[in-house]
Every structure is written in C-alpha cells, then in structure tokens.
Ligand binder design. Structure first.
Ligand SMILES: Nc1nc2c(ncn2[C@@H]2O[C@H](COP(=O)(O)OP(=O)(O)OP(=O)(O)O)[C@@H](O)[C@H]2O)c(=O)[nH]1
Ligand SMILES: C[S@@+](CC[C@H](N)C(=O)[O-])C[C@H]1O[C@@H](n2cnc3c(N)ncnc32)[C@H](O)[C@@H]1O
Ligand code: SF4
Ligand code: SF4
Length: 376
C-alpha cells in the first residue's frame, strides 16, 4: 500500500490551489507555521545538491549498481543555485529554521560556497540566522573547510564508519584512507565549523568492532559522535535485519567501558538520542531509525537535486517543484502548493515498518528512492 501523502500531487491540483482567490492566510507567504495531518511542523529542509559521489559505500551506493553505466542526473535537470535559494526562501517562510546540504557528496557540486553565501542571507521568521549545515564524507573537506566557513556555513557533519583503515577502505569501496577523513575533521574544527558531528553507520559483523575505538578516539575532542542503525533505505543495498545492531546494544557496549547519562534532545524531533559521558568527556548520540522509529516528531522535508519535494526518506515519489519554478508561477503560488503538500502529509514509514515482520514492507514493495538521490 502506498501512503497517500507519497503520491505526486497532480500539477492541475496545485494550479487549482494557487488559483483559489482566498488562499488561507496561513498559506500566504510569509506563512507562519504549517502542520501536517499528524500535527508535525515543518522545521528542517534537507537539500540534495548532487546525486553523484566519489565513494561507493556498500550500504548506500553499491558499486554493482552505481557503475559506469548508471544514469546519474544530467546537468540540465539540476536546480540552479538561484532556484534552490528561491525555494529555500519559501520554505523558510513556512517555518523552516535549519537547512542541511547533502547528496550524494555535496562537496562535489561546483561552487557550493556560492550557494551557501546565498542561503546565509536568509533569516528565519523570528529574524534569526538559519542553521546552515552540511553532511559530507570529508574527502574534500580539508581543502574546502575555510572557504565553506567564509561563505557562512556554521557547522558540518562528517560520515566516518571506523578507524581501522582496512575496514573503512572496504566500506567506502574506493580505497579511501581514514587518515584523510581525520585530516578533514581537524581542519574543519580549526576553522571553527562547530559543533562538529561524526556519523557512523553500524553494520553488525562489518564494523561493529569499531564502536569502542571510535568512542575512545572522539572523547575529549569536542566532536559529537553518533551511531546510526543501518537502514533499509533505497532499493539496492541488500538490507537485512540481521545486519542491524540495535542502538540499545551500542549503548550497552559503550556503558561497559564509559558510564553514560541520558540527556534531553536539543530540539523537538531531533533524530539522535543524546548521552553524556559521566566523566565530562563530551557527548554521543544514537540514531535508532529501525528499532525505535522517531516518525512521531519528524519535521524534515527533502528536496532532491532536480527539485522534487519528498516527505519521507523512504518515499517512492516526490512532488515536482521544478515544474512550478520553471512554469509561470509566482512565489506565493509555489508557497501555497508547498503548504498544501505539507498539510496532506501523513508519512511515517519507519513506525509502520516496525509493526510488521522484518522482511515485510509498509509500502508493499514500491521502489523507494535511493539515499544518494534524495539526500541522507
Ligand atoms: N529514518 C530517518 N532517518 C533519518 C532522518 N533524518 C536523518 N536520518 C538519519 O540520521 C542520519 C543523521 O542525520 P544528519 O544528517 O546528521 O541530520 P540531523 O541528525 O538532523 O542533524 P542535527 O541537525 O545535527 O541534529 C542521516 O544520515 C540519516 O541516516 C529521518 O527523517 N528519518
Ligand atoms: C547519503 S549520505 C550524503 C552525504 C555524504 N555523502 C556523506 O556520506 O556524509 C548522508 C548520510 O546517510 C548515511 N547513510 C547512507 N546510507 C545509509 C543506510 N543504509 N543506513 C543508515 N545511514 C545511511 C551516511 O552514512 C551519511 O551519514
Ligand atoms: S554515504 Fe555518502 S559517501 Fe557514502 S556512498 Fe552514500 S553519498 Fe557517498
Ligand atoms: S521514516 Fe519518514 S517519517 Fe519517519 S522519521 Fe524517517 S523520514 Fe520521517
């Protein structure tokens, strides 16, 4: 069964919505807060700036699928920086306070600093600066950290799946060394991209032996290390439940060496459950998307590289905002369309999946978009 809210709203409906002479005041830009059918506001916008990547992490872009014949998006499909900024402004008017640039590998997008500069000029409805951040594999971070910071990027999240070089090279599948990622982290910290977070996807039997070494390494460093449960996102990674190490077990392993205390979320709907080292060495987090779904507070919208709006990481279809941008629609009409789409949202894939047997899927096997396309 496909979730109704995952269906693409036909353009005709959007036109109709936009032509209604009295668009409800809360859908006019600036709009104030929207909420979806489950009462969830719109808070984060995750923008994918490229579907390409120089890594082939097995859990995300397995090389057998993402090979030289894979049809990546052509340049003409990509939203321009002006189009992205125009949409970002509309989302901010709807209440978005955080923008995360992702991909694919976002640092592969040429002149990304220019986009960051454009986004950094936007302010929230409360006239505060936006929280602008980026998730990266850090392969280009040492080289780019200073210019990203100068452009207005505030912080950065680096993905790193272990410290053991052989394990990491095997997981990224392009023989990329740990040392260069650590160098990227060091430079990013030096230029003031803070707080810096490190995300580690944990695959049981592949890199779970890296949990403790990673914790030891990043204690006292100011880096917030977060362990992510391996997810069944996309349709190509061959996900199996027995390769998921539940976060509860990650915490047990950590607690055996370092006493930990649970702490409150930074904000409603945060993906990570936070824990603090009892000895003051900093904090860690766990993102338990599989075993403790957090859909109830999910306030994240996702914009694909070609301008489709996705309401869930596990969606199979998006809403084509590029058609509106490149059609004859003004900002207010596009804001109305976004408002309607968000108000019709009822997505909660992970919660539904958790209620089913491990090999069943709440979308009835619909082909889900890939993480590298939608942005993680
Ligand atoms: N299932 C699910 N997983 C998510 C969602 N958002 C993020 N994740 C996963 O959590 C990981 C960490 O997310 P980040 O990109 O660091 O974003 P964040 O946790 O919102 O970041 P902060 O702003 O630092 O709290 C992602 O790479 C995804 O694997 C979501 O809405 N649903
Ligand atoms: C898709 S990547 C894009 C950004 C950048 N290339 C990177 O790796 O940081 C975003 C995040 O998704 C995570 N991710 C990808 N596939 C995943 C999966 N199957 N389960 C859990 N997390 C996944 C990655 O580890 C990364 O932290
Ligand atoms: S997780 Fe990031 S670095 Fe790894 S293949 Fe996916 S997009 Fe590339
Ligand atoms: S599964 Fe979908 S609805 Fe649930 S938290 Fe993730 S993105 Fe949000």
């Amino acid at each position: 069964m496909t979730n109704k809210a995952d269906k693409v709203i036909p353009l005709a409906d959007i036109r109709y919505a936009s032509r209604v002479p009295h668009i409800p005041a809360r859908l006019q830009a600036p709009t104030g807060l929207l909420s979806d059918t489950l009462g969830r506001p719109l808070h984060d916008l995750r923008i994918s700036v490229t579907d390409r990547c120089n890594f082939r992490c097995s859990y995300c872009m397995p090389r057998e699928v993402f090979d030289k014949d894979y049809a990546f998006l052509p340049q003409s499909s990509l939203l321009s920086f002006e189009e992205i900024t125009r949409l970002a402004k509309i989302f901010v008017a709807h209440g978005v306070e955080k923008i995360r640039l992702t991909g694919g590998e976002p640092l592969l997008r040429k002149h990304l600093e220019v986009l960051i500069e454009m986004l950094a000029r936007l302010t929230t409805n409360a006239s505060k600066p936006l929280d602008i951040t980026l998730t990266t594999n850090a392969s280009l971070l040492a080289k780019k950290a200073q210019s990203l910071k100068d452009a207005g990027l505030q912080r950065v999240t680096v993905s790193l799946d272990g410290l053991d070089d052989a394990t990491f090279r095997q997981m990224n599948d392009v023989d990329f060394p740990v040392a260069e990622v650590l160098k990227g982290i060091e430079v990013a910290q030096k230029v003031g991209l803070a707080p810096l977070k490190v995300n580690m996807v944990v695959k049981r039997g592949t890199n779970d032996a890296e949990i403790l070494p990673m914790a030891r390494h990043f204690r006292h460093s100011g880096v917030v290390l977060r362990f992510i449960e391996y997810m069944d996102v996309g349709a190509t990674n061959g996900w199996r439940m027995d390769e998921v190490l539940p976060s509860a077990q990650v915490i047990e392993r950590l607690k055996a060496e370092f006493p930990l205390t649970a702490i409150d979320p930074n904000y409603p709907g945060e993906t990570a459950q936070r824990w603090r080292y009892a000895d003051g060495a900093g904090e860690i987090g766990v993102i338990s998307s599989v075993t403790q779904a957090f859909c109830r507070d999910c306030n994240r919208a996702r914009l694909s590289t070609e301008g489709k709006l996705f309401l869930c990481l596990f969606a199979s279809q998006g809403h084509d905002l590029r058609a509106l941008l490149r059609g004859n629609y003004d900002d207010q009409q596009i804001a109305a369309a976004v408002g309607h789409i968000w108000q019709a949202r009822g997505d909660r894939y992970s919660e539904l999946r958790a209620a089913l047997p491990p090999d069943a899927s709440p979308d009835g096997g619909a082909k889900r978009v890939e993480m590298s396309y939608i942005g993680g």
